[in-house]
Design a protein around this ligand. Structure first.
Ligand code: MN
Ligand code: MN
Length: 297
């Protein structure tokens, strides 16, 4: 990894970590989800980075891919298990991180600890040449030992410049993969634990999008939004909340762009038994065979 890349990935990671902690500290009864998302992203910008993807705030059985819209009136309730997943990039070098908290109760501390313990164990074993299947086996073993199940169809992932999910997948079970971690890789590891079946399914279309292909869009207003999307977000995920600045009816234009097949949306992922899910995530760089967590505040 060259000096510039290393400097950027460390800076992005530490800003993402700080933003995660701010978000977690804000989660409380009656607080609006959209306020937490906006504050996280404002901090990332204030610190000199750019949000790498819309802040995901997923509650209870929702595992991933939900972000509030600007008009979302949703608030946190006592007993909610809240996953805050945020990311920052500096010149395209990304830090991706998540943590789970419970709103004013202590019913799910074991579940929350299960995912964070699995993450620690996975990070401890990472070195040059570690097979990703072995990491998955460790994650699963640790979560099962804690009395829960891993969500087997959600993965960690390699991260590349301007590419959040690139290259290797890091499973949360031993999927038999012989792919190996190598020095100079940037890896996001994210164990998900649940008291349910351990699978997520697509519940409904989400409001997080990504660019798919460049092709002319006939609708003039949608085409204009598409130009802004390409310039502002490049290949990284974005959301309706971020598009309102370009068009007050972004909601409608995004549907036009979806129909045109130039963007796609991520489905909201929900545990198939509607069981509770916890998630803990860090981004790690592998330098000279040793792992370094970038997403500490
Ligand atoms: Mn994440
Ligand atoms: Mn991730």
């Amino acid at each position: 990894m060259d000096e510039h890349a290393l400097e950027c990935v460390r800076k992005a990671g530490s800003i993402a970590g700080e933003a995660r902690e701010l978000g977690i500290s804000m989660v409380d009864e009656g607080v609006k989800l959209v306020d937490v998302a906006n504050e996280i992203e404002a901090l990332i910008i204030k610190k000199g980075a750019i949000p790498a993807f819309p802040t995901n705030i997923c509650i209870n059985q929702i595992a991933a891919h939900f972000t509030p819209n600007n008009n979302d009136t949703g608030v946190f309730h006592v007993g909610d298990v809240v996953k805050v997943d945020c990311g920052a990039h500096v010149d395209g070098y990304i830090g991706d991180t998540a943590k789970t908290v419970e709103v004013r109760t202590k019913n799910w501390q074991g579940l929350i600890e299960a995912s964070s313990r699995a993450l620690r164990m996975a990070i401890d074993m990472i070195g040059d040449g570690t097979p990703v299947g072995t990491i998955g086996a460790t994650v699963k073993g640790s979560i099962v030992e804690s009395g829960y199940r891993p969500v087997s169809n959600l993965n960690g992932h390699e991260v590349k410049r301007y590419n959040l999910h690139a290259g290797l997948s890091i499973p949360n079970i031993d999927d038999g993969s012989k792919d190996r971690i190598r020095s100079d890789m940037t890896i996001a590891i994210e164990p998900f634990a649940t008291n349910g079946h351990g699978h997520v399914g697509n519940s409904k279309p989400g409001n997080i999008y990504r660019f798919i292909r460049d092709r002319p869009v006939r609708d003039e207003r949608a085409a204009k939004l598409f130009e802004n999307i390409k310039t502002e977000f490049k290949s990284l995920p974005f959301c309706e909340r971020w598009c309102d600045q370009f068009d007050p009816q972004a909601n409608h234009q995004l549907k036009v762009l979806l129909r045109h097949g130039v963007i796609s949306s991520y489905s909201i992922l929900t545990e198939i038994e509607d069981a509770v899910v916890s998630q803990t995530e860090h981004t790690v760089i592998v330098l000279n065979g040793r792992s370094e967590i970038t997403t500490k505040p």
